[in-house]
Write a protein that binds this ligand. Structure first.
Ligand code: AMP
Length: 139
């Protein structure tokens, strides 16, 4: 069963495609959070960022890097929030990696990426040291 985004890649359902190359496709979000809200995806289906091979990840970033100024300029945005919902618990609904480029405007009423947090943890120095060491050892 292919994802709705694969169906867009295959041209089976319509989308407002704004950029495409061999590896990636970008199109307007069907339920935009702001004018110009754009999604960037790899053509091939990978559920999470962790699943994306290195060369595809590099191509994905190249397309994001290319699209951010294009999107900002096209809707005269003051800034953009650029983010992945990476996994169901983070709010990912479509299991096909996609980067959201959401134009932001002074006084638009939105929040920073920090607004995603629920209860913030109260971590001591030892816990922070352990977490940092653990991440470092896996990097
Ligand atoms: P996420 O919650 O990160 O998985 O976001 C999925 C995004 O895909 C949402 O912002 C939807 O509005 C968007 N979306 C779902 N179906 C389509 C579609 N057919 N064309 C464009 N965007 C879509």
């Amino acid at each position: 069963m292919s994802t709705i985004f694969s169906q867009i890649v295959e041209g089976e359902i319509p989308a407002r495609i704004v950029y495409e190359d061999e590896t990636t496709v970008a199109f307007l979000d069907a339920n935009p959070l702001a004018p110009g809200h754009t999604l960037v995806i790899p053509r091939d289906e990978y559920e999470r960022l962790n699943d994306v091979p290195d060369d595809v990840a590099a191509a994905l970033y190249d397309t994001v890097h290319r699209l951010v100024p294009a999107v900002e300029e096209s809707v005269d945005a003051d800034a953009t929030t650029v983010a992945f919902n990476n996994g169901k618990a983070a709010g990912q609904e479509v299991p096909h990696v996609h980067c959201h480029i959401v134009p932001r405007f002074e006084g638009d009423g939105g929040g920073p990426i920090h607004a995603i947090a629920g209860d913030r943890p109260d971590l001591g120095d030892d816990e922070l040291d352990d977490i940092a060491a653990d991440i470092e050892s896996r990097s």
